[in-house]
Design a protein around this ligand. Structure first.
Ligand SMILES: [Zn+2]
Length: 98
């Protein structure tokens, strides 16, 4: 997959219920400011992993699918942010070093 230029922005923004942080396809990261400072740090580390995955051309998504290393994952049958998804494993591993 092709490498992408990504934004380095990290923006504090109130997010829908149940979402602590997210990475846009542009690379911009949103973090909910209602999280504690420690949680924000962890979330940032987690999302930065996804940003790097997008930059490396490993991770992409649209409204229906997540694409990981050339494989397609149907969003309907997966839990968003689930630790079992292969793109989440490195993110959860990295956030431990926050
Ligand atoms: Zn994640």
């Amino acid at each position: 997959m092709k490498k992408r230029k990504v934004s380095r922005k990290v923006i504090k923004k109130k997010l829908p219920k149940g979402i602590n942080a997210m990475t846009m396809k542009t690379g911009t990261i949103y973090i909910d400011p209602r999280l504690s400072p420690v949680q924000q740090k962890i979330a940032k580390k987690h999302e930065q992993t996804h940003r790097q995955q997008i930059a490396d051309g490993k991770l992409w998504y649209d409204s229906k699918f997540v694409y990981w290393n050339g494989k397609k994952f149907d969003r309907k049958v997966m839990e968003d942010g689930s630790k079992t998804n292969p793109w989440e494993k490195p993110a959860y591993k990295n956030q431990k070093n926050a």
